[in-house]
Design a protein around this ligand. Structure first.
Ligand code: NAP
Length: 247
């Protein structure tokens, strides 16, 4: 008999991933955390007595090494690693950025899921939670590289739900609106002022708000599958309709 359930969280070195690791630890899960920045990942893992393993989901060899370091049985996989890069219109398309987003948000997620499915199948009650976005069903100017990747993630999640039907594996997609993390700093290539402006005059979600959704979905009775959660700040009605107070 295993003493506690095992959860894998990708992209745990920052933002939603870090908050999810903390929240799952509080909920009693034993954790394996993955991301590229090992120093940041270790700092998250240490106080949780979690295992930190370098992971680049875009690199098949890295995914293979990560999977080899995982225990035989995994109960929960949170596919959170992801990024938006730039806000270029299609006429100014930068293929390298699109490729990186697609490699991370779509192919990387599917690659890691494939690698960990054998371990998830050894759990009597497994769960895959994919962190999508409202960009998975909305569009906005300059957002096509990211929104197309999150639309694709949505297709992957829904296909998994079909393909795993009949097995004791739940599949959930959590789609947040604006969350203040390092997301916009990454999107604007380190321009912190531009990133701050995204959340100006409104109250965004924080990583903990999304982590709450992950823990809630993961702790429903086993016959309940939360297919999808859409969670936005009260100040945000759509990707482009945001209420801001001007000071
Ligand atoms: P964040 O603070 O930038 O965190 C992103 C995480 O993903 C980091 O831990 C990063 O770690 C990891 N990551 C990026 N590329 C990776 C790769 N190739 N391999 C492994 N890990 C990788 O952003 P966040 O807001 O927490 O984003 C988490 C997820 O939420 C993403 O999927 C994002 O699309 C989604 N989301 C965010 C928002 C928002 O407004 N913030 C809204 C909707 C959805 P390393 O750099 O150390 O690898």
């Amino acid at each position: 008999m295993r003493s506690s359930k095992v959860a894998v969280v990708t992209g745990a070195s920052a933002g939603i991933g870090t908050a999810t690791a903390n929240a799952l630890s509080r909920a009693g899960f034993r954790l394996l955390l993955g991301a590229r920045r090992e120093d940041r990942l270790s700092a998250v893992a240490e106080p949780l007595a979690a295992t930190a393993i370098r992971l680049d989901v875009t690199d098949p060899a890295s995914v293979e090494r990560f999977a080899a370091a995982c225990p035989d049985c995994i109960d929960l996989l949170v596919n959170n690693a992801g990024a938006a890069l730039g806000v270029d219109r299609i006429e100014e398309l930068r293929e390298d950025l699109w490729r990186q987003m697609w490699e991370t948000n779509v192919l990387g997620l599917a690659r890691l899921t494939k690698a960990l499915l054998p371990m998830l199948r050894r759990s009597p009650a497994a769960h895959i939670i994919n962190i999508g976005s409202i960009a998975g069903f909305e569009t906005y100017l300059g957002g096509a590289g990211y929104t197309a990747s999150k639309h694709a993630l949505r297709a992957v999640t829904r296909t998994l739900r079909l393909e795993l039907l009949g097995e004791p594996i739940r599949v959930t997609e959590i789609n947040p609106g604006l969350v203040e993390t390092e997301f916009s700093i990454v999107r604007f290539d380190g321009d912190e002022a531009r990133a701050r402006a995204v959340y100006e005059g409104m109250t965004p979600l924080n990583g903990e708000d999304v982590a709450d959704c992950v823990v809630w979905a993961a702790t429903r009775p086993l016959h309940v599958n939360i297919d999808e959660i859409v969670v936005r700040p009260r100040d945000q009605a759509t990707a482009t309709r945001v209420h801001r107070t001007v000071s």
